[in-house]
Design a protein around this ligand. Structure first.
Ligand SMILES: Cc1ncc(COP(=O)(O)O)c(C=O)c1O
Length: 415
């Protein structure tokens, strides 16, 4: 089918949950993805932070070929070779002790929430005074299933599906006083992203993160860090919390974990793992042989190719270039990020939307989050010359459209 036929068929057949760009992709190589006409696009979004090794990496392609010939699925009723091997790699790199594998980010987050409630129940049975409440952060994003959605801040994600899961309160982002005021022995877990992704690539302050750790530890509540977007090397460390020197009780990873195959994981300490017993939680597909084999290959390749250090180096270069651009274009009001999780905040939602569209015309994929924030989540194999190409395109776009679409001076952010 051609693009137009596919569009018509999807419009008739699919739930209308996505506003897709009218592009039909059929292949990819390295940092480029190809449409059906053979036109190539520089992909600075990598499938929303998934394709860490880019497209067609031999380590992934060969592992899929080999493992799919051997075994694709077994269920979790039996052993296969992949889970223990991958769990070893993940526990070593996160500093946590035990793993449960899932199919997606949101499923990992659901597992984290269930762990927190189960652990609080266990502690109550041991006479501890601890409640069932979750403290989540304003602007947080944790996924679309019920628990994840209920701990996600934006009203538009929750409101159509109410009532949401009860027992969630939101704390003002990076506001230690608000956190202290809302924290009590009723709280079973504090939920954070070390660097908020959908919320606009916003890092926690050291003070807030340390305060959350200290408060949680003071009552035996859990500190749960969602690393689904920032984790697995994207920021130059395996987990973004490692930049802060703070260790959570529970964390979740997904997106780049299996180089494009659906795989997520929730990890926890030995202490928290006491709360889970056979039959309490499970999944049919999670942690299957194919996804695990590719997960192992992905981590080993990142290590072999030095991609964490590379992400730091190219990411710093990217931010430096964006700052130089900001010095020339007033429309860019902030540049931030870590490693290859990079953002440029504009002073207008209209301009941000237009920039994404103009970049697309120049065959460069980026996206916009939190209305005014241009977000870059490229593959870790990105090189400086790719950054130069993107910066040149942005320069052109802002020169042409920046002033016209910018907010008036002092107008602040809108949209
Ligand atoms: C921080 C964070 N948590 C959870 C999720 C949900 O992951 P998934 O879309 O795989 O369910 C996302 C997805 O964007 C995310 O960025």
């Amino acid at each position: 089918m051609k693009l137009e036929e596919i569009r018509a068929a999807e419009a008739r057949l699919l739930l209308s949950t996505y506003e897709r760009s009218p592009l039909l992709f059929v292949g990819g190589e390295g940092v480029y993805i190809f449409d059906e006409n053979g036109d190539r696009y520089l992909d600075l979004l990598s499938g929303i932070g998934v394709n860490a090794l880019g497209y067609g990496h031999p380590a992934i392609v060969e592992t899929i070929a080999r493992q799919s010939r051997a075994l694709i699925h077994t269920s979790n009723l039996y052993y296969h070779e992949g889970q223990a091997e991958l769990a070893m790699r993940l526990t070593e790199r996160t500093g946590l002790d035990r793993v449960f594998f899932t199919n997606s980010g949101t499923e990992a987050w659901e597992g984290a929430l269930k762990l927190a409630r189960a652990y609080a129940g266990l502690r109550r049975s041991e006479s501890a005074k601890i409640g069932t409440k979750f403290l989540a952060l304003e602007q947080s994003f944790h996924g679309r299933t019920f628990g994840s959605m209920s701990t996600t801040y934006k009203e538009k994600y929750r409101e159509p599906f109410g009532p949401v899961v009860p027992g969630v309160e939101f704390v003002r982002f990076n506001d230690v006083e608000d956190l202290r005021a809302k924290f009590s022995s009723e709280v079973c877990a504090i939920l954070v992203e070390a660097i908020q992704g959908e919320g606009g690539v916003r890092p926690l302050t050291q003070e807030f993160f340390a305060g959350a750790r200290e408060l949680a530890s003071s009552t035996g509540a859990l500190l749960i860090v969602d690393e689904i977007q920032a984790g697995m090397g994207r920021t130059g460390k395996w987990c973004a919390y490692q930049h802060f020197g703070i260790q959570p009780d529970v964390t979740t990873v997904a997106k780049p974990l299996a180089g494009g195959l659906p795989l997520g994981a929730v990890l926890c300490t030995e202490e928290v793992a006491r709360a889970m017993h056979a039959g309490m939680h499970g999944t049919t597909f999670g942690g299957g042989p194919l996804a695990c084999a590719v997960g192992i290959a992905t981590i080993d390749t990142m290590e072999k190719e030095g991609l964490l250090a590379h992400a730091t180096e190219v990411g710093n270069y990217f931010q430096d270039c964006l700052r130089a651009l900001a010095a020339r274009h007033e429309a860019i009001v902030d540049v931030r990020g870590k490693g290859l999780m990079v953002a440029a905040e504009l002073d207008s939602a209209e301009l941000a939307k237009l920039t994404v569209a103009e970049m697309l015309k120049r065959r460069i994929l980026i996206n916009c989050t939190s209305d005014t924030v241009l977000r870059f989540l490229p593959p870790y194999i990105l090189e400086r010359n790719h950054v130069d190409g993107a910066i040149g395109a942005l320069d052109e776009i802002f020169a042409e459209h920046g002033a016209a679409h910018s907010a008036p001076a002092g107008g602040g952010h809108h949209g």
